[in-house]
Design a binder for this molecule. Structure first.
Ligand code: ADP
Ligand code: ADP
Length: 232
């Protein structure tokens, strides 16, 4: 079963002399319950691909699917609903709301969607990320690693079709980064979550089941069950 699919996706920014072709016919399947890392040099199109897959950015040509939904062709209302109901995001900068507690941040996407958290699932997520005694804290009272664990819990609690993670360990020390990556991997192994992660870090990529390498807007190679040495 495919959780996300890019089919011959092209993305062109600007026009004339300022034109940039960020994606040149990218085709890739992201199977449900798999953890994929996207790697490649700066400017190779990693963020653009992720934004196109997640419905944050419109493709110039080609098709994107999330679950059974064709993202390309959705209007604004459809895209808003897709992002709300089908995808979760984890960012390098955590992107938590500073005035809300950890628990309120974690539950915010669900309450915006008018959904209630399943209590047993919420408890499982909180235990998994080790935040039980931090639920009443605001982001400023948490370390970077704890804040990113809140962001992971926020993404996971809604059980989205796909979680997109953009350099999730970019602002963390290696120990906190390893904790976050271990949690993401567990959510794939134990709960069947699908994750697509952009990273520069070979160690981070080695937590994935598969690495897709981009160069100049194209997929140039893939690696299954990567080790850090193989990714370098
Ligand atoms: P990466 O994430 O691999 O660093 P990006 O997807 O950010 O690559 O960028 C791919 C190419 O598209 C780069 O040449 C970048 O400058 C260009 N690009 C990205 N976003 C925009 C934009 N909004 N407007 C114009 N060019 C862009
Ligand atoms: P990264 O390498 O992590 O993708 P970038 O600096 O390439 O970071 O891009 C950061 C943001 O700026 C992205 O949202 C991207 O779409 C946008 N961007 C990148 N290049 C350009 C550009 N040439 N013009 C306008 N926006 C850009």
């Amino acid at each position: 079963h495919v959780a996300a699919r890019a089919s011959d996706v092209w993305k062109v920014y600007g026009s004339g002399e300022a034109q940039v072709i960020a994606l040149r016919g990218v085709t890739a399947d992201f199977e449900r319950g798999r953890f994929t890392a996207i790697m490649g040099p700066s400017g190779s199109g990693k963020s653009t691909l992720m934004h196109c897959l997640a419905g944050l950015d419109a493709v110039t040509r080609g098709q994107v699917f999330i679950g059974g939904t064709q993202v390309t062709g959705l209007g604004d209302a459809g895209l808003t609903k897709l992002r709300r109901d089908k995808v979760g995001f984890i960012f390098q900068q955590f992107n938590l709301l500073p005035t809300l507690t950890a628990q309120e941040n974690i539950l915010l996407p669900l309450s915006i969607a008018g959904r209630k958290a399943d209590q047993a699932w919420f408890d499982t997520v909180i235990e998994t990320v080790g935040l039980r005694d931090r639920l009443g804290h605001r982001p400023s009272q948490l370390s970077g690693g704890q804040q990113q664990r809140v962001a992971c819990a926020r993404a996971l609690v809604a059980r989205p079709e796909v979680i997109f993670a953009d350099e999730p360990t970019g602002n963390l020390d290696s120990r906190s980064g390893a904790e976050v990556l271990g949690f993401l991997k567990r959510s794939v192994r134990e709960y069947g979550q699908t994750i697509v992660m952009v990273t520069h870090d070979p160690v981070a990529a080695s937590y994935a089941d598969r690495v897709v390498f981009l160069a100049d807007g194209q997929i140039v190679s893939e690696l299954l069950d990567p080790t850090p040495e193989a990714v370098l």
